[in-house]
Design a protein around this ligand. Structure first.
Ligand code: AMP
Length: 435
């Protein structure tokens, strides 16, 4: 199957060729024809599968074939949970629509609204936005969504996690009734299904094809560790392994800052990205990390969501996520596109219950290593319970057990031209202050 076989126009094919893509990814093969036909779509795919092109390419084609609107009313609205994802999609829209007369803009909070207002005034075909600023500018009378023909809700699961349900519902009231709707989500909880039912009409369902190859390329190491010794061990790993590009996950913003400071004190250059960091800081941190100017990026889960960092050799779970699906997302940051990657999880006694949940979700039993000098205190199996402050059994409440969530079930697509040395536009961070 080629992009041409999918019925894409010459100007899109030219842009795709420039990007260096040789063939469509599985999600693209499935999504593009349905979108071109004007169908509503429910797509199960996460970042890394090539899902963005899966909806952006056919949307561009539809708009390009559409009636000419001299004043360029907004004809497509793409709603995303984070600013970085919005910026990333906008970049893709610009690249794929390079040989078309298409105007697009990205809109998010945390930056001056004036340039956004003036862009809106000049006319926009495709608007990529996070919910907060969109509602804000709409309330001020700067945005008119009455001519939207295609509405995309990207990373719908994360939208709900971040508490955007009411905003989404409000935005829906601003859209015309007749429109094409596309909903993308990595997981499908009851809430997502309910949301999808409310938005989509007779949708085609598409899924990124599960691939088993990734399981071999992502090596997962689970190391039981004495909690106070985690930092020392992390420093040892990075220095002795001479690792030059490491993504480290913490559960909290405070934890990210603290670790970052300690690494910097040991001359391991690090930057943190999380919800309390300014947009500028987050963009800068990610750009420097991608260029290799900063060795370590310390991130919280939401902050890292949606960012595409190809060919990342090392991921460390400094703290284990209390939401098992986040583990899958985290390790998906390594071993992209067939490259070898190692995901190391440092597990203290308080986190053993999380590992047990992850084993259940991913249907695998980890071999747990113990490193001399970093051993955790002895603990009996029967004493393993959820740490205080979590809701035991309900930790995974609201998340579905999507078969695609298995670590081995993801195949990542990336473009060699966009490799980690290339720098780029991909951001990391989020607009929520929660994690
Ligand atoms: P996404 O899942 O949309 O975030 O895309 C992940 C990465 O895959 C991005 O760097 C895209 O540029 C790249 N990509 C998308 N489609 C293809 C393709 N057909 N072939 C190679 N790389 C692709």
């Amino acid at each position: 199957m080629t992009f041409k076989d999918l019925g894409l126009s010459d100007s899109l094919l030219k842009a795709i060729e420039e990007k260096g893509y040789t063939k469509p990814s599985p999600i693209q093969e499935k999504a593009i024809p349905g979108v071109l036909e004007g169908r509503d779509m429910l797509a199960s795919a996460q970042t890394g599968t090539g899902k963005t092109a899966g909806f952006v390419l056919p949307i561009l084609q539809i708009l390009d074939n559409g009636t000419e609107f001299r004043k360029r009313p907004i004809r497509t609205l793409i709603l995303t949970p984070t600013r970085e994802l919005a910026a990333q999609i906008h970049q893709n829209v610009k690249e794929y629509g390079k040989f078309m007369d298409m105007k697009s803009m990205v809109m998010f909070g945390g930056v001056n609204q004036k340039p956004q207002v003036s862009q809106l005034r000049d006319g926009v075909d495709i608007l990529i936005a996070t919910p907060g600023r969109l509602i804000d500018l709409n309330n001020q009378g700067h945005v008119n969504l009455r001519k939207v023909e295609i509405f995309v809700l990207d990373e719908a699961d994360r939208m709900l996690d971040m508490g955007f349900l009411r905003d989404i519902q409000r935005i829906m009231t601003l859209l015309p009734e007749r429109r094409q709707n596309l909903l993308f989500s990595a997981t499908f909880s009851k809430d997502i299904k309910k949301l999808a039912n409310g938005i989509l009409t007779n949708p085609v369902a598409v899924e990124a094809t599960p691939e088993n190859t990734t399981v071999e390329v992502i090596k997962q190491r689970i190391i039981r560790m004495d909690k106070p010794r985690k930092t020392a061990y992390t420093i040892k790993l990075i220095s002795e392994g001479d690792w030059q590009q490491v993504l480290i996950f913490t559960r909290t913003k405070h934890g990210a800052n603290k670790l970052c400071e300690k690494l910097n004190n040991k001359q391991i250059s690090s930057m943190a990205i999380h919800g309390n960091k300014s947009q500028n800081h987050r963009t800068k941190a990610l750009a420097q990390f991608k260029k290799g100017e900063v060795r370590v990026l310390v991130a919280t889960d939401i902050a890292a969501r949606g960012i595409d960092i190809p060919l990342l050799p090392h991921v460390i779970n400094f703290e284990i996520p209390n939401i098992s699906e986040d583990y899958v997302h985290r390790i998906g940051r390594t071993g992209r596109a067939g490259a070898n990657g190692v995901a190391i999880s440092l597990v203290d006694n308080d986190e053993l219950a999380y590992i047990r949940d992850i084993e259940k979700l991913t249907k695998q039993k980890f071999e747990k290593e113990i490193i001399e000098g970093f051993e955790p205190p002895h603990i009996d199996e029967k004493d393993i319970k959820a740490p205080k402050g979590n809701q035991g059994q309900n930790r995974n409440k609201g998340r579905s057990k999507n078969p695609n969530s298995k670590p081995g079930n993801k195949k990542h697509y990336h473009n060699d031209k966009n490799s980690n040395k290339g720098g780029g536009n991909r951001g990391g961070g989020n607009s929520s202050g929660r994690r």
